[in-house]
Design a binder for this molecule. Sequence first.
Ligand SMILES: [Zn+2]
Length: 704
Amino acid sequence: MKPTRRSWYLTAALCAATTFAAAPVLGADAAQPVRPSSPPDVYNNFGFPMGFDVSKMDKSADPRQDFRRYAAGKWLDVATIPGDAANLDGIKLVKKQVERQVAAVLVDAAAAAPTARKGTPVQQVGDFYAAGMDVDRLKALGVKPLQPVWERIAKVDGSKALAEEMARLTLFTNQPVVFGFTVTLGITDPTKYVVAASDADLALPAAEDYLAPDLAKVREAYVRMITDSLVLAGVPPEQAKARAAKVLEMETRIARKKLTPEQARDFRAAYKTLPYAEVKAMLGNLDLDAYFKVLGLPTGGDVQVTEVAALRERNALLAEYSLEDTKAYLQWEVLRRASPYLTPALAEVQAPLDRALTGQAEEPKREQVVAKAVARNLGHDLGQLYVARYFSAKSRADAEALLNNVRAEFRQRLAQNTWLTASTRDYALKKIDKMKIVVGYPDKWIDYSSVDVVRDDYFGDVVRLNDFAARRTLARLGKPPAPDAFSDPENSLPSSVNAGYSPDMNGIEIPAAILQPPFYDPKADTGVNYCTLGAVIGHELTHSLDWMGRTFDASGALRDWWTPADVAAFDQRSKNLIRQADAYEVLPGVHLNGKLSAGENLADIGGLMLGYRALQTHLKANPQDKRKIDGFTPQQRCFLAWSQLWAEKVQPELLRVWAATEPHPPGAYRMVAPASNHSGFYDAFGIRPGDKMWVAPKDRVSMW
Ligand SMILES: [Zn+2]
């Protein structure tokens, strides 16, 4: 099972995939090419270069009145969301590029695998990919590979057998199924692994999908999708319909008890450490001893618990519903997680729900679906092959140099800070100094070589890899900490286009794949690179001291080291931040949630400020770089490059999901809001009171 990691990333993973991560069946995995493919122009960025370029600007616009148009109007005019996506921005474009790079790696590995040494990355990646691409075989097998598990569930005859089966299903899927028990680094003491409990993810991404009256359409699509999937799995239609209605009924109960996204980010309130006996009493309708025995976990110690209310509700459901209902629910839960690895007919009946949730018009192609499955199941094998082919030692060294300059800037700003108390300021400096920043790829790769990956058993490969990963995690209990770097399959593999800060590690990961234009361009001027990659690094650095970051200390332990006076000063300074975002209309009548997006908005403001400052420092030491390029000063290019970086088109359906659940604001907001809090922005473009882009100094945010 995936250990709980608490990380902040630069962006949401693909579409709503941050919430779909543990439930791939509804996410980007839903497959089957049935429509015309994406316009080929998206692959060459509609004729524009990938990196910052003045040709994307609309110079007829006035930067003082409409900076978005000025910075990226020409691009916004022609960019269209491809049919297989629900949004398009710089990240998506790099993702498209990385997709092609990864595709080349996969195709070559598949060709080389038959003669490669067993257990090597080439053999495993190549055979796994080939197995996933063998659609004829998967169609012929239908749902047969899952049948033994369904039969095992059907045979469950009492509470002990039920608990044992539930535990086995977590090994089988490497995910929480109804309940989740695993091993993770302790949140208050990251020097030790602990037993951890949580609730399983629900299939629909947001609680409001279950609860909001105006989202009945999403629920209808969900019930239809469950029904159709169960019918494909051999359940008679009437029975499938009844089962689907019960799934919705049970999950609606759980959705009411789930932590809201804001509550989930308040770790001190969200996590509790309880003695095993107390957890056992809390889940009194589950034979927890039998469950723990299957996983080989000790029943004597403490358990770190989150989602307590949802767990209690799961326990209540066990008593209120019959054993037959519970077994039917388990069969559905395992089917939805297994679907991506069974017949593509399942993905076909699941696609309409994806469309209802994201507005995405077209399902991804089979090769994209399987590439994602490779990343999810053999991420580090794929990473080794990707890095060997596409990442240079020079890129790593250049990025590290830039990173150190931005960190030095942050350190210097902090040393001069006047609103933190002296002890808090000094500890903050220590935290920045201790932060582990890794670029490109991990020093130690996960070794999957003991897992039997074969070319003609896609489903079996996944089951064996899940079992390997789940047991590898469980086996950590009692051992010294050895967390895997670059290992979040949705966000931080070397082939992920993202960057992240993990407060529980006090570390930043910058994957190899993001180190290309528009995020970083070895040929670009410093004005551009400091306010793209530099600002991204700054964004991650400031996360270490924001609402959540500051509740973790320099070692990664959950420990608040701020005094009440510091907190009060911070909150005072962030009032404008929340007010600004609350006022922003994402869609008519739909506003950004200032509180939910506060951490990301503050990181953007801080990140761009640090990028800009590091640029100024660089220009002082390197006056030859002060020249204009394409008619623009380095400072102007800094803000223009930042804005182009976040230029974005989004489907309204996805904007709605984001506004409710996603801490990252949409691109249109990121293009301007962070800059509008900096005096440097006003200086660079001569923006004055009365201009539309003008924000009065008293309404701006100044934190770091
Ligand atoms: Zn962030």
